[in-house]
Design a protein. Structure first.
Length: 307
């Protein structure tokens, strides 16, 4: 069912259409031809539906099912890569599945579902599953802590939660929490100017993008070194939030101005990035797959943008 007319009144077409990179017609065929050039895979997963209880795993039954479905897709992707490498006769091809998540309970709960699904469904000596998102209260590795913190939800200033909620409601054009619509809230944060300007209440969009894209910039080099050191393909599963992950989607696909068809990650949904060996150190070619569409883009680590 579509959004009603009243709820659509708040929409202001502020998203600029953009085209970056080139379309890939068939991801599997592309990977068959280029598997030797793939040095890392990143699956970006939005946490499942939640009531924001703050109690682990902080997921509704709907949210658990959403994540289980995506976990199944990750299992299929993992086995596809193993099959392609076998057909290409790559010597000693192995995947290391590295799971990391935002410290928020809803993200950690979602990550654990994915981990369990992988353990149950993959019995393959070429795949090793590693969880690098430990309990944030019992972990001291600064490198992982910094990465995990970059995946956190947006920061709300202390004592400003109710004002921030009121701003969301106003931006969505609704009166109370009973009318809260996740699509409207996602669109509002991505496009309404108050979410950039009200730094007294909330972390602005530009700062969230800065830490998200900065984390991707670091990951492109970390995974390259990992592949060179261990020879295994690092397959990272990142579980985070709409305000972080959706930056990648919006900047690599041509965003729709229709909220019902827009490229906004829904709860439990994922995209996949395949990192390819670069000819220039700071120009990283990668393939992004989202909802069955695939594009090859270049990520400029210096400019922090997609081309």
């Amino acid at each position: 069912m579509g959004l009603n007319i009243e709820k659509r009144k708040f929409i202001e077409n502020q998203v600029e259409s953009q085209e970056v990179g080139e379309e890939i017609e068939n991801l599997e065929e592309f990977l068959k031809e280029n598997i030797s050039q793939v040095y890392g895979v990143i699956d970006g997963v939005r946490h499942g539906d939640t009531k924001y209880t703050g109690k682990y795993p902080d997921l509704t039954e709907k949210g658990k099912k959403e994540v289980e479905k995506t976990a199944g897709e990750i299992v299929d992707e993992t086995l596809m890569l193993d099959k392609i490498s076998d057909e290409a006769k790559l010597d000693d091809f192995k995947q290391d599945i590295l799971l990391i998540s935002s410290p928020a309970d809803r993200a950690r709960g979602s990550s654990k579902i994915i981990e369990n699904e992988l353990i149950q469904k993959i019995d393959n000596e070429n795949v090793e599953i590693k969880n690098i998102s430990p309990d944030p209260e019992n972990f001291e590795d600064d490198g992982v802590v910094r990465t995990r913190n970059a995946l956190r939800p947006l920061d709300i200033k202390e004592g400003k939660l109710q004002e921030t909620i009121d701003m969301f409601l106003s931006s969505m054009g609704v009166q109370n929490m009973e009318e809260w619509d996740i699509k409207l809230s996602d669109y509002a944060y991505a496009n309404k100017p108050e979410f950039e300007d009200r730094t007294d209440l909330i972390e602005p969009r530009s700062k969230v993008r800065e830490r998200t894209v900065g984390s991707l910039s670091s990951a492109t080099m970390i995974l390259k070194r990992y592949k060179e050191k261990y020879n295994n393909l690092p397959h990272v599963i990142v579980t985070s939030h709409i305000e972080t992950l959706n930056n990648i989607v919006l900047e690599t696909f041509n965003p729709s101005k229709d909220i019902e068809d827009g490229e906004f990650l829904t709860t439990g949904e994922k995209f996949s990035l395949y990192l390819l060996q670069p000819e220039e150190a700071d120009k990283i070619p990668m393939v992004i797959n989202f909802r069955g569409q695939t594009r090859k883009v270049t990520f400029d680590r210096n400019e922090k943008k997609f081309e």
